[in-house]
Design a protein. Structure first.
Length: 197
């Protein structure tokens, strides 16, 4: 394997496991808690967020590199990135609604959550870290896959917690927050992982 490929794989595994968007950076906590009531809805949310995040990174990088940065318009980054994410999320929703009838049932309310701080955070981090096009797209795609992994794990834990015997004061949302904290603690175990030698 060449050095560039190893670097991209390290970046991807780093954002999935060691520096997870939700558990490590607290980006996308709203959709994480909102959509984790059922495993099916969590999978939909994770998949949609992954696609929107990767598309937004792929579209925003050339905007920033060839339009905003050379013309001294960096102060417009947040607005351009947010509008791009919202447009892509809406377009994806319309296309998916035509192609997949189940989208209308499962994806209801999902689009409003896709143009959130996780998408904006990833795109702004790409600019801040000076990533190239390939690195930006890999970082965004891996960030979405990390979100998908964590939200599906959390949703399955929440479904099991419905049958758990816990104190009355912890039922519902409080035990979900405790579970999210324990999941974050589990993922913190990856922080000292050394990738590729």
């Amino acid at each position: 394997m060449n050095e560039g490929m190893i670097s991209l794989m390290g970046l991807a595994l780093g954002v999935i496991l060691m520096n997870n968007l939700v558990l490590g950076q607290l980006l996308g906590v709203g959709p994480f808690l909102e959509a984790s009531g059922s495993t099916r809805r969590a999978a939909w949310m994770g998949a949609v967020l992954t696609v929107v995040m990767a598309l937004t990174a792929a579209v925003c990088w050339p905007f920033n590199e060839y339009l905003l940065a050379p013309n001294g318009l960096r102060h417009l980054e947040s607005m351009v990135f947010f509008l791009t994410a919202a447009f892509l999320a809406q377009s994806l929703g319309q296309l998916a609604g035509k192609w997949f009838p189940a989208w209308r049932r499962e994806g209801e309310g999902t689009l409003a959550l896709t143009a959130n701080c996780a998408v904006m955070g990833v795109v702004l981090q790409n600019v801040q870290n000076g990533y190239g096009f390939a690195q930006s797209v890999v970082y965004a795609l891996a960030g979405g896959l990390g979100f998908l992994l964590v939200i599906c794990l959390f949703a399955s834990l929440r479904e099991r917690l419905e049958f758990a015997d816990c104190p009355k004061a912890f039922e519902g949302f409080p035990i979900a927050l405790v579970t999210a904290g324990l999941l974050a603690l589990c993922f913190s175990g990856f922080s000292n992982l050394t990738l590729f030698g």
